[in-house]
Design a protein around this ligand. Structure first.
Ligand SMILES: Cc1cc2nc3c(=O)[nH]c(=O)nc-3n(C[C@H](O)[C@H](O)[C@H](O)COP(=O)(O)OP(=O)(O)OC[C@H]3O[C@@H](n4cnc5c(N)ncnc54)[C@H](O)[C@@H]3O)c2cc1C
Length: 323
């Protein structure tokens, strides 16, 4: 069985959800896997991150179409490579981009994509997959049969497991892509408002909800986040009100996070919000309503007004921090 894994990387550094996809793909194949990524514009090679992850060969797609992220071009490259390798399955990270690329592959091959998988085993010439459904409120076990099985891996649900083995062999290839393949591509990047800390990767996230009250109400959230070296997040009520950009939104239709500590302030705990922070190791809820649903999921809670509690917390941290 040949399993091909699509890897995302930033400046040559393979991201965590891609390593998680590799772990699931290895369990599925029962051995080594092949990997593919788009052209690398960096002195750092993704090869360095791949030693001990069971990748036999890393195939790097070269060509002008891969100068920036262009989902259709990446999908066409993977379809070409998967055909050449006679891949049984293509597995990708279940990030926004990973899902986008895999959806294009499904459309190109006219095959189904099993999204948000947390486990996959070979069964009856196909696969038995367990996947997250309904914003994380249930797990579905399903059988997948297709000439090439297409899977994405729900981020932060599969722990990265390394194995023994050296870095993979490197092979570049220049796929034939259609004239319009790169017509949807990244043309500009706007820095996130999280002070350079990636919401998806942050160890600590401080989020505000409707309880913050306004754009200005986030000053107390930003102050605490700054002291903790945390990223700032928010609920959809906040992005809908225009208080914060969508890039800050945690949840089913926002970013999925897995910090060591998630501090949720003035957030009720709707299922769509909790779907994005299920991966948090510890949850501290700060809410004025002791009946708020989020308290059922919280490890710690402070009942009270976030506009009083957050400044008090920040002051205590400052007092305890040697100057
Ligand atoms: C298809 C779909 C997708 C969605 N995707 C997302 C998503 O990705 N992310 C997301 O967040 N939501 C999402 N939602 C919206 C979700 O259902 C909720 O409406 C939203 O999460 C509510 O945001 P909130 O908790 O900030 O506001 P509310 O539910 O209004 O809660 C505000 C909370 O603040 C508390 N509060 C008020 N004042 C204070 C104060 N001064 N101090 C402390 N606490 C205070 C209140 O007690 C309350 O618990 C989605 C909805 C749908 C239908």
């Amino acid at each position: 069985m040949t399993v091909l894994v699509y890897l995302e990387h930033a400046e040559g550094e393979v991201d965590e959800p891609s390593l998680q996809a590799l772990t699931l793909a290895r369990a599925f194949s029962g051995g080594g896997v092949q990997a593919v990524c788009a052209r690398v514009e960096s002195t750092q090679s993704p090869l360095a991150d791949l030693a001990g992850h069971g990748v036999e060969t890393l195939h790097v797609a070269e060509g002008d179409a891969f100068a920036s992220y262009a989902p259709r071009a990446v999908a066409e490259a993977i379809v070409e490579l998967a055909g050449r390798l006679e891949a049984t399955a293509v597995v990708g990270p279940g990030t926004e981009r990973g899902n986008e690329v895999m959806a294009h592959i499904g459309a190109l091959l006219d095959l189904p994509v099993a999204a948000n998988c947390v486990a996959a085993t070979a069964a009856d010439g196909g696969a038995e997959v367990t996947r997250v459904r309904w914003g994380g409120s249930l797990l579905e076990v399903a059988r997948l049969h297709a000439t090439t099985m297409l899977l994405t891996v729900q981020p932060h649900t599969v722990a990265v497991e390394s194995t023994t083995g050296a870095a993979p062999a490197l092979e570049t290839f220049t796929p034939t892509v259609s004239d319009t393949a790169a017509s949807v591509r990244v043309v500009d990047r706007v820095g996130a408002s999280t002070g350079g800390i990636s919401l998806a990767e942050a160890k600590v996230v401080v989020s505000g909800g409707r309880g913050a009250g306004s754009t200005e109400g986030f000053a107390v959230v930003e102050e605490l986040a700054g002291l903790l070296g945390a990223a700032v997040g928010c609920s959809r009520a906040v992005t809908m009100a225009g208080w914060r950009p969508h890039t800050d939104q945690v949840g089913q239709t926002g970013t999925k996070i897995a910090p060591d500590l998630y501090i949720a302030c003035g957030i009720s705990g709707a299922t769509q919000h909790m779907a994005g922070c299920k991966g948090a190791k510890r949850l501290l809820a700060i809410n004025s309503d002791r009946e708020a649903p989020i308290l059922a999921s919280a490890d710690y809670a402070v009942i009270g007004d976030m506009h009083e509690i957050l400044p008090a917390l920040s002051a205590a941290i400052r007092a305890a921090t040697p100057s």
